[in-house]
Design a protein around this ligand. Structure first.
Ligand code: GLY
Length: 441
């Protein structure tokens, strides 16, 4: 069996590991934008290129005799890689370009959820022109601005964080509409966020254990938004601030969205429906969907998947997910990203130049390491400009998993940084208190 993996981050390193540990002993091939030594080490062959270059991707897939492909990041989905592979006769785990609108077009998803009367939407309106924006902004208690199109997870702007006043929001709306075809304006919600990564074959949708990501760069959720500094999941497949009903609600919403997609487009959604949800006083609300696994959240769930990942992929492709028992180990996981010290800092900050530096990996104990933006040179491992290594602790309790991850992080030397607070009892207790306060309001 020959499997093609597209993508080059830590999420894809975790995917690669899940593929090669299959009992089918598949040969893994990867198409990457830049070389990830972790993925390359698990592959029979790799090819470097652009995700826009669908011709080369399909040509390599034919030469390699690929049986099926799995797509890690959103960019190739947005470019239509699944459609191109399909035309070549190669099925994929991942939605077609049209269905990837679940992630790439916030307005598509909000409209779909509204049209099919699925719960979870906040008050929202989509705008393609400036007319009508001001009165809508005036009618909201708190404002969230979401440009249509991919923004690398950094396009959403929230009142209180990215801007303060309605006048500032208006200026931002003008700027967004100059660069994006449309803009979704939503009411800001209050609650605790969680990621529910669901797998869909178009008719059956199953949930994986929920995880919580930490977007902010610095301890205490301070600083700029990043791609995600780390995440955790608990051994009971809940999160300490959630009730089982919250997960059930998130899954029920996602099932109805998959059903709505099939009705609306006639096409079954095959791939990951990663719901960013918020538990609020008035139930679970949908923040957004991503059409792929989360990064870092993939690193929380893939290492504890007991079901053969290749069986899971084939069930998605064949539409037989209802017949496959999907099991996860009852383990807690804590993922912390090691990043260059300058990651997320303004360019004129004295530490901003710490990228592209050499790092040394010491004894990381039982922690798993998933490489992201690192380069293996003859004399060692070098960071590039982005998140470098995802370090994952897996244990019976969150406290043990956090310690494993934290000890491993400190075994990596160089001009690096991470968030020591992720997965700690103190930060989790803050989330629990926050949620209790909201539920009792
Ligand atoms: N965890 C954020 C993302 O994958 O988009």
């Amino acid at each position: 069996m020959n499997v093609l993996l597209i993508g080059n981050g830590a999420r894809e390193h975790a995917l690669a590991e899940a593929i090669v540990r299959s009992r089918y002993q598949p040969r893994l091939y990867a198409f990457m934008k830049s070389n990830n030594p972790g993925i390359a080490g698990l592959c029979t062959e790799t090819e470097l290129g652009s995700y826009v270059d669908l011709e080369t991707i399909c040509a390599k897939a034919r030469i390699w005799g690929i049986d099926f492909a799995i797509i890690g990041p959103e960019d190739p989905l947005d470019k239509g890689v699944v459609d191109a592979l399909k035309k070549t006769g190669i099925p994929a785990v991942g939605p077609t370009q049209s269905l990837a609108r679940l992630e790439t077009s916030k307005s598509f998803t909000r409209n779909l959820v509204a049209k099919y009367a699925i719960p979870g939407n906040p008050r929202f309106q989509n705008f393609t022109a400036f007319a009508g924006i001001e009165p809508f902004l005036d009618s909201l208690d708190g404002i969230v601005l979401k440009p249509d199109g991919l923004t690398g997870g950094k396009g959403v702007m929230v009142q209180g964080d990215h801007f303060q006043t309605t006048a500032e929001a208006l200026t931002l709306c003008e700027e967004i509409l100059r660069e994006h075809p449309s803009l979704t304006i939503e009411e800001k919600m209050e609650g605790e966020e969680f990621s529910l990564q669901c797998i869909s074959d178009g008719r059956t949708v199953i949930a994986t254990p929920p995880a919580q990501d930490h977007k902010r760069r610095f301890v205490g959720d301070k600083g700029p938004n990043t791609g995600g500094m780390g995440s955790y999941s608990d051994s009971n497949h809940l999160l300490p601030f959630l009730k089982p009903e919250d997960i059930a609600e998130g899954l029920a919403i996602t099932r109805r969205v998959a059903e709505a997609i099939l009705k609306e487009t006639g096409e079954p959604y095959k791939g990951v429906m990663y719901g960013g949800f918020m538990a609020t006083k008035s139930g679970v609300k949908l923040l957004e969907y991503n059409a792929r696994f989360g990064d870092p959240e993939a690193m929380n769930i893939l290492p504890i998947l007991k079901t053969d990942f290749v069986d899971l992929c084939r069930a998605v492709i064949d539409g037989t997910l209802d017949k496959l028992p999907i099991e996860f180990e009852h383990k807690a996981t804590v993922c912390k990203y090691i990043v260059p010290r300058g990651y997320g800092l303004p360019k004129d900050h004295p530490d901003a130049q710490s990228t592209s530096a050499k790092i040394e990996v010491g004894n990381v104990g039982s922690a798993r390491l998933y490489y992201s933006s690192v380069d293996q040179k003859a004399d060692g491992l070098y960071m590039t400009t982005s998140r470098a290594i995802g370090v994952v602790g897996i244990a019976n309790t969150l406290a043990q998993a956090e310690k494993i991850a934290e000890d491993a992080v400190t075994a990596v030397s160089g001009p690096v940084s991470h968030r020591p607070d992720i997965g700690t009892a103190a930060l989790i207790e803050k989330r629990v208190q926050h949620m209790e306060q909201i539920r009792n309001k």
